[in-house]
Design a protein around this ligand. Sequence first.
Ligand SMILES: [Zn+2]
Length: 367
Amino acid sequence: MWHERYAWHDARGLMDSAPPEALFEPEPSLESGVTKRRFRNLVDASGLLARLVAIDPRPAGDDVLAWIHDPAYIADVRARSAADGGDAGNWTPFGRGTYDVAALAAGGCIAAADAVVDGRVRNAYALVRPPGHHAGPEGGSGYCVFSNVALTALHLRRERGLERVAIVDWDVHHGNGTQAAFWTDPTVLAISLHQDGLFPVGSGRREETGAGEGEGATINVPLPAGSGRAAYLDAFDRVVRPALDRFAPEFVLVASGLDASMCDPLGRMNLTSECFGVLTDRLLDAAGELCDGRLVLCHEGGYSSGYVPYCGLAIVERLAGVATGVADPWLDDDRTVAALPLRVDESAAVDAAARIASRSWPRSSSR
Ligand SMILES: [Zn+2]
């Protein structure tokens, strides 16, 4: 699922977030349409695109956006978007026309989920922009305008009659907006794997587990900077998969930021394209055993225009069950730090998250 207009959202320049008096040479935002278009175009050049089923997005209506966002915020984005743009909040400047693209991003994720529920495709990758997992009721944050993944989970619950939806967020930043949307909701399991203390600062501690009826349905796995293949697989096998098994979701959504890659300018993690491929295999196994393979990945962050395409291709290859044979030019077994074994601090972080996650289940509302 891709639409050319996703590349047209204007995230403005880095200068837009700097004070006017700052001595700062103007530079484009790191949140760039180029990165996503290069991902799409590598899937095309590899020959894989011709073997996929294209899903057409449709814009999410204001009634759907209002499941998460205040009507005043939605109206404000639309009005500024029709003029010269503005700022949706905390590091989220945008230009003219963004409202339409952001509504198409949320609607694209929903269309991808519908295509899976309706059996038109087995699974899907929704390559959308702008991203969504930091956005909240009153505003955007961290390049995110509307809460794409959370809205898709609510669509599956409210419009498609599903009882339990799981969200796995592997973006390098904490999925705080998604977490907030389901803080007291036991029907949506929200799991976030992220670099400890990165963004939003102080958010995504493992002690954040939800509240009320939703206690235990939020799981945070903060990992130390520098974590690579071994840490992510350990976290998946000892926290994510057991939690999915206990929750027994009817659908798995992934907030698929590719900014935990070893080349990302906004993260300090060490995943390679091969790691994203293996993590995708883990997800396919879980979804296959728990919910007839119903799985949709929704794109979030990822700021290396040179590396996001290879990580993305590896994921889509696994989803499609097709190996293109395209070599990742950055993947070098002799030099990659991703081949390092599990570090003591990584293992300790997973231990601590696993202890907390396993204490909160099972609950009466889970199976
Ligand atoms: Zn991110």
